[in-house]
Write a protein that binds this ligand. Sequence first.
Ligand SMILES: Nc1ncnc2c1ncn2[C@@H]1O[C@H](COP(=O)(O)OP(=O)(O)O)[C@@H](O)[C@H]1O
Ligand SMILES: [Mg+2]
Length: 285
Amino acid sequence: MITIVSPEGSSTTYALKRAIENLGGRCKILLLAEEDLLVDRDFHLECDLIHPRCSIGHYLGRLTLYSWQVLNALECEGYRFINSLKTLYNSSDKFKTIKILSKHKINTPKTALIRDYRDAKRFMERENLDYPVVVKNSFSKCGVSVRKVSSDEELKRYTENALWEGTIIQEYIDFKVGDLYRDIRLLVVGGEVVGGYSRVSRDFITNLYMGGSIRPVEIHEELEELALRCAQAIDGDIVGVDILPSREGYYVIETNAAPGIKGFQYLGIDVDYRIAEFLLRCSKL
Ligand SMILES: Nc1ncnc2c1ncn2[C@@H]1O[C@H](COP(=O)(O)OP(=O)(O)O)[C@@H](O)[C@H]1O
Ligand SMILES: [Mg+2]
């Protein structure tokens, strides 16, 4: 039995359950927003494997600290987790992701974890960076906290509560081609790249949630190898890798340990079956 743990369910969660069942497996969904749920010290699940589809931190107000606590408590029961909680953390905290990737010699934007405006200015001076720079919350998702900052006044405004909010500052990567921004999302499952697409937008924030649209992308060898190295670096089995292609080469900006499948469904790539097959294989090990 596989249990998918999700804050409140999503099309990805239900598609995965259907795919697991169509392949002959058994699957339950634990919805953390469920009214009748009570997680006490005896709380446990009847399953062989937990597939967490939660991330930590600011995420559209979705029970994130609670999700993290429930998953960590469940870890004491000895279930197998795919992805592991370590991987979930490593890719929920963008600063840690960048640190891990850069330790593995993967190209990332210059980035610093900052306490305030003065840290931000010190970073820009040390790295010899001019405006624009990017300021974002290390734990946020869906593009909601990303700001392109173009002046000292803006930098002051967006770093006001930096110390309490897990704020990071980042080199701005120019990936505009013509009048469109076009980045790359690749999906790795069990050490294989199972698909990818480009997100295209008039704004530099390309997230689908923020209005980016999906286009096919050619996954050549260099991209494939890059995605596999990222998944390996964060020790992830199911990993979305976000890449900004610039004139200077590829920059990896983040990894996602609970990647959505909507973009793949749109292109007719059935990654839900690839993930389901992988989870079923792992649940039998
Ligand atoms: N350093 C950067 N340079 C240029 N664009 C960026 C940078 N960081 C983020 N972006 C844009 O903002 C989007 C969201 O940023 P990301 O770091 O992936 O956060 P989220 O978790 O919210 O998706 C990216 O897909 C990209 O379009
Ligand atoms: Mg992203």
